[in-house]
Design a protein around this ligand. Structure first.
Ligand SMILES: [Zn+2]
Length: 256
C-alpha cells in the first residue's frame, strides 16, 4: 500500500528529468552572451547576495547536501528515527515534529507522507516502473524514457538524505485519494505549510520558479530541512538550494 502510494505519487510528479543541462551554467552563458551591462548588473546582484549570506553557514554543512540528477550520491550514513511512523534523519525529528504540531495548532493538521528512502528502494521503484512499461508493450528504450520522466533517478533523489519530507494537508490528502498533486496548494492548509516552513527550518524545495535549477517540476508538498538561517535567506531571496549553495561556495572561495 505504501509503495503503491509512493509510486502513484511519483507517477504524478510529471516532467521530472525532462529539463536538461545545468541551470547555473545555462544562466551564466546566457548572460555573458547578452549585453555586458546586463552581466555587470547580474554580477553586482550576486555579489550583494553573497555579502548578505547568513554568518556561520558553510556549503559543507550536512543539512545543505545537494542531491539531484547532476549530483548523485551513494547511500549516505546518518542516524535515523521515525516521526509518525515515517523514517527521517534523527537530526530533523525536533524541527519536523514542531512543524507538524504548528500546522495542527493553526487548524491545519498535516500528514507526513514520506521521508527517508534508501538508494536500494529507489532502484526497486525504478526497475518496477521499467518492468511495468515493458509489460504494457513498450520497448526497452520507451520504458526507460517514460521512467526517467516520472521517477527520480536512483542515487539522484534527495529523499535518500533523510532531510526531505513530503507533507500534505490532511483534509486535502484524504479527499484526493492520497495523491501528491501540485494543485494541493489551492488548499489553505497546504498554503499554511508552504508559508510557515521557514519558521521551522524547512523550505519548499521544488518551486515554480526554480525548475531549471533543481531539474524537478513544481512540488507543493516536498519540504527540505536546511536550518532556520538558511531557510529564511533562501525564502527571502527566492533561491533554490542549488543557487544558495553556489553562493556559499563563492563566499568561501573569495575568503581563500
Ligand atoms: Zn518528495
Amino acid at each position: 500500500m505504501f509503495r503503491k502510494t509512493v509510486l502513484k505519487g511519483l507517477a504524478l510528479v510529471s516532467m521530472v528529468g525532462l529539463l536538461s543541462g545545468c541551470a547555473t551554467s545555462n544562466a551564466s552563458s546566457k548572460s555573458s552572451s547578452s549585453s555586458s551591462q546586463k552581466t555587470t548588473k547580474t554580477e553586482t546582484k550576486r555579489q550583494k547576495l553573497i555579502s548578505e549570506l547568513p554568518k556561520g553557514v558553510k556549503s559543507t554543512d550536512s543539512e545543505l547536501i545537494v542531491v539531484n540528477k547532476w549530483h548523485k550520491h551513494n547511500e549516505l550514513t546518518f542516524s535515523k528515527s521515525t516521526v509518525n511512523g515515517i523514517t527521517v534523519r534523527s537530526s530533523i525529528v525536533k524541527p519536523l515534529t514542531a512543524f507538524l504540531n504548528g500546522a495542527k495548532k493553526a487548524g491545519y493538521p498535516a500528514t507526513l507522507v514520506s521521508g527517508y528512502r534508501s538508494v536500494q528502494y529507489q532502484k526497486e521503484v525504478w526497475n518496477e516502473s521499467i518492468e511495468n512499461y515493458e509489460a504494457q508493450g513498450k520497448t526497452e528504450k520507451q520504458a526507460l524514457k517514460l521512467t526517467k520522466e516520472y521517477v527520480a533517478i536512483p542515487r539522484g533523489s534527495e529523499h535518500q538524505t533523510g532531510l526531505a519530507a513530503d507533507i500534505m494537508n490532511t483534509n486535502w490528502f484524504d479527499s484526493h485519494n492520497s495523491q501528491l498533486l501540485s494543485s494541493s496548494d489551492k488548499a489553505k492548509g497546504q498554503q499554511w505549510l508552504i508559508k510557515h516552513a521557514p519558521d521551522y527550518g524547512f523550505v519548499l524545495r521544488f518551486t515554480k520558479s526554480g525548475t531549471k535549477s533543481t531539474g524537478i517540476d513544481y512540488e507543493s508538498w516536498h519540504f527540505r530541512y536546511v536550518g532556520k538561517k538558511s531557510a529564511a535567506f533562501m525564502t527571502k531571496h527566492n533561491l533554490t538550494l542549488e543557487q544558495y549553495v553556489s553562493l556559499l561556495k563563492a563566499r568561501e572561495a573569495a575568503k581563500k
